[in-house]
Design a protein around this ligand. Structure first.
Ligand code: M6R
Length: 362
């Protein structure tokens, strides 16, 4: 059942600290220096990989974009992230030096399975990241890593997104160590950040009432823009997807610097802008973009752990510092924001119109 919550989505938002603990349990050593992920792909092969192609849809695609930020920085590998329905294997790439990573919560998404099959036909090695034991993707990929988030009933993915990001972070450290490309300091920074994530997420959940009040204050707006840089960008996309899925409001995410190249034309006093001002995502640059939208009269919500940002925005969702995982913590605040806007409008939150939890057609 819903465990006393009005919707499965809200229950699943609240289940994120235990889901994250479960995702990382037994996978990080005591000193936060090494990872045990049970990957069966041979180390010699993982050392020879030159390119990782990530294929996924929707929220899983956003987790893939987050993964790309980490993998490029720490695993010394080229990464492409493709929406699975747009994927074609480029014959110019060497299949023996390509690893295809399929990210799919359900393990049953037709677009993702079809891209995976194309990759396999071309001779690439494949790895699945999924939540679902026994799903089709686990049978078809060469190897599988589970995100261990537990069942998710709400159509809107919440706890599975944060668990995907936590798990790909562990995968990044694992690959970085196998490939000898990650420093001890970076490995321990990433692992400590993942280990701090459940507690940091809990601190955001403790601010639910304040986030709810802000959501109610903004619920009448026409359109919402989310901006962020680096790992804040996939989180901007993900937070916008969440809002549009369950509230039916128009919402879009952009790389913060791209706003002035077109979307700024849409900004008015009736289009709130949500800015990811998280650490390690160049918040000082994003604040320049905040100025641009404020001067067009847009109200701005900043999501940040840095009190110095509060004077630049109208409202702050104050999140705890969490190093490279801080954008994930910000995402949780924005899940609640989306939920309470949709709730204010009395939407069918767990089963939004026109959508299915698992999309098994192409
Ligand atoms: O099961 P999958 O991760 O493959 O599903 C992919 C998308 O259909 C899914 O993430 C969808 O975007 C969610 N409803 C988003 O909340």
């Amino acid at each position: 059942g819903k465990g006393g919550y009005d919707h499965y989505m809200l229950k699943e938002i609240h289940e994120q600290p235990p889901a994250l603990r479960q995702a990382i349990s037994g996978r990080i050593n005591e000193l936060a220096t090494s990872v045990d992920l049970d990957v069966d792909l041979p180390e010699a092969y993982l050392q020879s990989v030159e390119e990782i192609q990530i294929i996924a849809c929707g929220t899983s695609y956003h987790a893939g974009l987050y993964a790309a930020e980490l993998l490029e920085e720490h695993a010394d590998v080229r990464v492409s992230v493709e929406i699975a329905s747009e994927y074609t294997f480029n014959g110019g790439r060497d299949p023996w030096r390509t690893l295809v990573l399929a990210i799919t919560q359900s393990g049953e998404t037709a677009d993702t399975l079809s891209a995976l099959r194309e990759a396999k036909r071309s001779g690439a090695r494949t790895l699945a990241l999924t939540n679902t034991l026994g799903s089709t993707v686990t049978r078809e990929a060469d190897d599988t890593v589970f995100i261990r988030a537990g069942p998710e009933i709400g159509v809107a993915a919440t706890k599975t997104f944060v668990s995907q990001v936590a798990t790909v972070t562990l995968l990044t450290v694992y690959l970085g160590q196998v490939r000898d490309s990650i420093s001890t300091e970076n490995a321990s920074e990433l692992l400590s950040s993942v280990r701090d994530l459940p507690g940091a997420v809990q601190q955001v959940l403790d601010q639910e009432q304040a986030i709810k009040e802000t959501a109610q204050a903004y619920a009448d707006s026409d359109s919402f823009f989310y901006i962020g840089r680096d790992a804040g960008h996939p989180v901007a996309l993900e937070s916008a997807l969440k809002l549009k899925e369950i509230s039916y409001d128009h919402a879009e995410g952009f790389p913060a610097g791209e706003l002035k190249h077109g979307p700024l034309a849409l900004v008015t006093p009736n289009t709130p802008v949500i800015a990811l001002l998280t650490e390690q995502t160049r918040p000082e640059k994003t604040l320049n973009n905040v100025k641009e939208v404020k001067s067009r009269g847009a109200p701005v919500i900043g999501v940040s752990s840095d009190p110095a940002t509060t004077s630049h925005v109208d409202t702050t969702f104050d999140i705890p510092q969490c190093g490279p995982m801080e954008p994930v913590v910000a995402n949780v605040a924005l899940q609640l924001f989306a939920y309470y806007i949709a709730n204010e409008k009395d939407r069918s939150i767990d089963k939004p119109r026109n959508l299915a939890k698992s999309v098994t057609v192409e």
